[in-house]
Design a protein around this ligand. Structure first.
Ligand SMILES: [Mg+2]
Length: 310
C-alpha cells in the first residue's frame, strides 16, 4: 500500500480538524437579557476548540436574512437563528439550497420546529447541543414562491397570526387569547383544494400544510408529518360547531387530532387552494393576507440543519 505524502496528509488533517465557523444571529429587541445571555452562554458552553464564532445583531426587520446571506458568502459553515419559527424562517430562507447549515437556539415564543427536533427550551442546553450535534437534510415548502420550513396555514390559524402581528405582547397567553378571538370570529369558507391528482371541494375552517408536525407549545396539528419524506402533510379542519374545535384541543396535545370527526388529512407534493376573497395565511407563524390562489410546492432535501445527536 502506498503511503500518502506526509505533508499532504498533515494538511488534510489540519483542514479536517480546523475549527468550524459558526455565527449566531440575534435580534436584540427579542428580549433585553437575550443578547447578554447568548454571549455568556456561548462563552461558557460552546466548545472553543471546535468552533470559531461570531455574534451578529439584527438592526431591523428582514435583516436576519441579509446577515445569513452575508455569513454564507463569507464562508461560515453554520448560521444560527436565535428565536422562534419566524426567525428560523428568515435565516433558513437565506440558506436554502446551499451547503451552509442552519442551527437553532429556541428563544421567544412558538418554537414548534426546535421542539420537534429535540432542542428543548433552554438556551444553555441548546449551545451544549451544538458541541455534539449532527447534520440532517430536511425538506422545505414554498407558498407562491415564499419559503416555509415548519408549517403554513390557511384560514383560522392564518387569522390568528395576522391578529398577533398587531400585538407586541408575546408568549402563550396572548396567542391563546388571539386564538379564542379568531375562533369566535372566523367563519368557514368553501375551498377548492387540489392535491397532486386529487381535487376536494370542502367547507374549511383551517388548512395546514405541514412540513413539521407541531406548532409551539406542543400542539401537534400534523402528527404524521415528516421533515424528510418529500411530502406535505395536509390537515383540513372542516366546518363544525365551534365547541368541537375547543373540545379537540387536548387531542392536539397528545397527537390524536386525526381522530376528530371534522379532520381530513392527506400527503401531497403539490397543493393548490382556491377560495373567494382574501386568504388569511401564515408561513411559520408570520401572518399575511393573500388575494388569489395559493400554490404550495415541495422543495425536497433543500436545507441542512443541525440537530441534537440522539
Ligand atoms: Mg414531509
Amino acid at each position: 500500500m502506498q503511503e500518502s505524502h506526509p505533508v499532504i496528509k498533515n494538511e488534510l488533517l489540519a483542514y479536517m480538524l480546523r475549527p468550524q465557523r459558526i455565527v449566531f444571529i440575534v435580534n436584540p429587541k427579542a428580549g433585553t437579557n437575550l443578547q447578554k445571555h447568548i454571549r455568556d452562554s456561548v462563552d461558557k458552553h460552546l466548545n472553543h476548540k471546535k468552533f470559531e464564532y461570531g455574534i451578529w445583531l439584527t438592526e431591523q426587520e428582514g435583516h436576519a436574512a441579509e446577515l445569513a446571506e452575508k455569513a454564507q458568502k463569507e464562508g461560515y459553515e453554520i448560521v444560527v437563528a436565535v428565536g422562534g419559527d419566524g426567525s428560523i424562517n428568515e435565516v433558513g430562507s437565506a440558506l436554502v439550497g446551499s451547503e451552509t447549515i442552519l442551527g437553532i437556539i429556541p428563544a421567544g415564543s412558538g418554537n414548534g420546529l426546535a421542539m420537534h427536533l429535540g432542542y428543548g427550551r433552554d438556551i444553555d442546553a441548546a449551545i451544549k447541543i451544538f458541541n455534539t450535534a449532527e447534520v440532517r437534510t430536511i425538506d422545505c415548502g414554498t407558498m407562491n414562491g415564499r419559503l416555509f420550513i415548519n408549517i403554513a396555514g390557511v384560514g383560522f390559524d392564518g387569522l390568528v397570526s395576522n391578529l398577533m402581528k398587531g400585538s407586541h405582547w408575546r408568549g402563550f397567553l396572548p396567542y391563546f387569547l388571539k386564538s379564542v378571538e379568531a375562533g369566535l370570529s372566523y367563519t368557514s369558507r368553501n375551498c377548492r383544494i387540489e392535491l397532486d391528482d386529487k381535487v376536494l371541494d370542502l367547507n374549511c375552517f383551517a388548512i395546514s400544510i405541514a412540513n413539521g408536525p407541531m406548532y409551539g407549545y406542543n400542539f401537534q396539528i400534523a402528527p404524521d408529518a415528516r421533515l424528510d419524506d418529500g411530502l406535505f402533510e395536509v390537515v383540513i379542519l372542516k366546518d363544525a360547531p365551534r365547541w368541537q374545535y375547543f373540545a379537540a384541543i387536548p387531542s392536539m396535545l397528545n397527537s390524536k387530532i386525526y381522530d376528530a370527526e371534522f379532520v381530513e388529512h392527506y400527503a401531497a407534493r403539490r397543493v393548490k387552494i382556491s377560495a373567494e376573497g382574501e386568504n388569511h395565511v401564515h408561513l411559520d407563524g408570520e401572518g399575511i393576507i393573500v388575494d388569489g390562489d395559493l400554490n404550495f410546492e415541495m422543495r425536497p432535501a433543500a436545507l441542512k440543519i443541525l440537530v441534537p445527536k440522539l
